[in-house]
Design a protein around this ligand. Structure first.
Ligand SMILES: CC(C)(COP(=O)(O)OP(=O)(O)OC[C@H]1O[C@@H](n2cnc3c(N)ncnc32)[C@H](O)[C@@H]1OP(=O)(O)O)[C@@H](O)C(=O)NCCC(=O)NCCS
Length: 146
C-alpha cells in the first residue's frame, strides 16, 4: 500500500455545454472528466489499458463553478490491491480557490484480455512513465477474439 499527496494534473475550462439548468457546472460533465482522469491514472500506474471503473464512494458536491471558470482535477493512489487500484480524487475551482468535491475511493480493476480481473503486480506509485503501455489495445470484444 502506498499513499501520496494529490497531484493536480488536468485543468478544464467550464464551457456552455458543461452547465446545468441552474447555469452552473453540470455534475454529469464533472463525473465524466473524473472517470477519464482516473482511467488515465490507472493505466499509467498499472501499465495496462484494460482497466475499468469498479466503484466510486460517496460524492459530495460542496461548491460549484460557473461558465468561464477554470477547474483542476487531481488524483493519488491510496491502495494497490491484487487486481485493483484505489484512488482518491479532488476537484478545485481555480477562480474561487474552493474545493468542488472530493471522492475518497475510486476503485479500478485490472483486466486480462478476456475481461477477467488479473493481478497487476504493483505495490507502489510510479511518478515516471515507466509503466505506460507500449502497444495499442486489441479493441475487439472478448467474445470476438479467436
Ligand atoms: C470489474 C469486474 C470484472 C470485477 O469483477 P468481480 O467479480 O467484482 O471481481 P473480483 O471479485 O475478483 O474483484 C476484483 C477486485 O475488485 C475489488 N472489488 C470488487 N468489488 C468491489 C467494491 N464494491 N468496492 C471496492 N472494490 C471492489 C476486489 O476487492 C478485487 O480487488 P483485489 O484483487 O485488489 O483484492 C466486473 O465487476 C465488471 O466487469 N464490472 C463492470 C466494470 C465496467 O464495465 N465499468 C465501467 C463502467 S460501466
Amino acid at each position: 500500500m502506498t499513499t501520496g499527496d494529490i497531484t493536480f494534473h488536468t485543468r478544464k475550462w467550464v464551457r456552455p455545454e458543461d452547465l446545468n439548468a441552474n447555469g452552473t457546472l453540470f455534475g454529469g460533465s464533472l463525473l465524466r472528466w473524473i472517470d477519464e482522469e482516473a482511467a488515465i491514472y490507472a493505466i499509467i500506474q498499472l501499465g495496462n489499458g484494460m482497466a475499468v471503473t469498479k466503484y466510486m464512494s460517496e460524492i459530495n458536491f460542496v461548491s460549484s463553478a460557473r461558465q468561464g471558470d477554470l477547474i483542476e482535477m487531481g488524483l493519488t493512489a491510496t491502495h494497490f490491491g491484487r487486481t485493483s487500484l484505489t484512488m482518491r480524487a479532488e476537484v478545485r475551482n481555480m477562480i474561487t480557490r474552493k474545493s468542488i468535491l472530493t471522492i475518497e475511493k475510486i476503485v479500478f480493476v485490472n483486466l486480462d484480455e478476456d475481461g477477467n480481473p488479473a493481478p497487476h503486480g504493483f505495490t507502489e506509485i510510479t511518478y515516471d512513465r515507466d509503466r505506460v503501455p507500449s502497444h495499442h489495445l486489441d479493441l475487439k470484444a472478448p467474445a470476438e477474439k479467436d
